[in-house]
Design a protein around this ligand. Structure first.
Ligand code: NAD
Length: 260
């Protein structure tokens, strides 16, 4: 029987490529986004997160096979915290009960190589503590200087999310329920999110100095979609809490041996 997948961020970029790839393979996809989707919700709000679960339960008839939590923002604003961390976690936790009746349930989220960049420790700690008001208040302060402290917001959300995946994946709710939970960490991908950053040769050179991608450079969204869909496939039986960098080499160049 065809698998049913839920893809957030399905209207654009990596989410759109993931939806299209799954559909080309005959899977049923319930697309979720703030616009142009089967389920239109705002994942920065409690009502949007609850609405997501209710709408997916209705659309899927109670069972889904895979969740791809992809929707995100990169702007130096508090909403980035609300969608990238709290929205992503709410998507995965909220839809987990619908995975339990699948024969081969899978869950994947999108972190980023930006998690390796400087972060704001106070903001990461507030997310880790699952204290959304404190995290939003800290992001509000950081956002006052968009070029300096504001620029720490995005990487902070991705670090907190990657660490949540690693801490959560081996627990009874996930590994104990036979649900592989993993993340991907893309480098620079050519989507509307990065359009301005890669619009000119000069801009591309500047971004690749910060994010070195010696293997094939800036990637198309389909590159990330292929990895995501493998992590969400029945073939993935034993990856648990991995954050797989699909980044043309920025992780190995930046971190080298330091992670071992
Ligand atoms: N493009 C890159 O270089 C890159 C690199 C690393 C990680 N990522 C991550 O990949 C994911 C997808 O990014 P993309 O590059 O495809 O960007 P994109 O802007 O093309 O797509 C993001 C999608 O998320 C949706 N979204 C944003 N806020 C939302 C909300 N409040 N509620 C519901 N949907 C919302 C948008 O409407 C959009 O369709 C994000 O989590 C992003 O942080 C992207």
């Amino acid at each position: 029987m065809a698998r049913t997948a839920v893809v957030t961020g399905s209207a654009s970029g990596i989410g759109k490529a993931t939806k299209e790839l799954l559909e080309s393979r005959g899977e049923r996809v319930i697309g979720v986004d703030i616009h142009d989707a089967d389920v239109v919700v705002d994942l920065t709000t409690a009502a949007g997160r609850t609405g997501l679960v209710e709408a997916v339960r209705d659309a899927a008839g109670g069972t889904i096979d895979a969740v791809y939590s992809i929707a995100g923002l990169a702007a130096p604003i508090p909403a980035t915290v609300a969608v990238n961390f709290f929205g992503m976690v709410a998507t995965l936790e909220g839809l987990r009960p619908l995975l339990l009746s699948s024969a081969a349930p899978r869950a994947v989220g999108v972190a980023s190589m930006a998690s390796l960049m400087p972060v704001d420790d106070e903001l990461v700690a507030a997310m880790t503590a699952r204290d959304e008001p404190a995290a939003l208040a800290r992001a509000e302060v950081l956002a006052r200087e968009p070029e300096t402290t504001g620029a720490l917001i995005y990487g902070s959300t991705k670090k907190a999310f990657a660490q949540w995946v690693r801490r959560t994946a081996p627990t009874a709710d996930w590994a104990g329920a036979s649900i592989p939970l993993n993340a991907v960490a893309p480098g620079i991908i050519a989507t509307p999110m990065t359009a301005d950053m890669i619009a000119t040769e000069e801009a591309r050179t500047a971004i690749l100095q910060m994010v070195p991608m010696p293997l094939n450079g800036i990637a198309e969204p389909i590159v990330v979609a292929r990895l995501l869909t493998w992590l969400g496939s029945t073939e993935n039986t034993h990856l648990c809490g991995q954050v797989v960098f699909v980044d043309g080499g920025s992780d190995v160049v930046i971190r080298g041996d330091s992670t071992w």
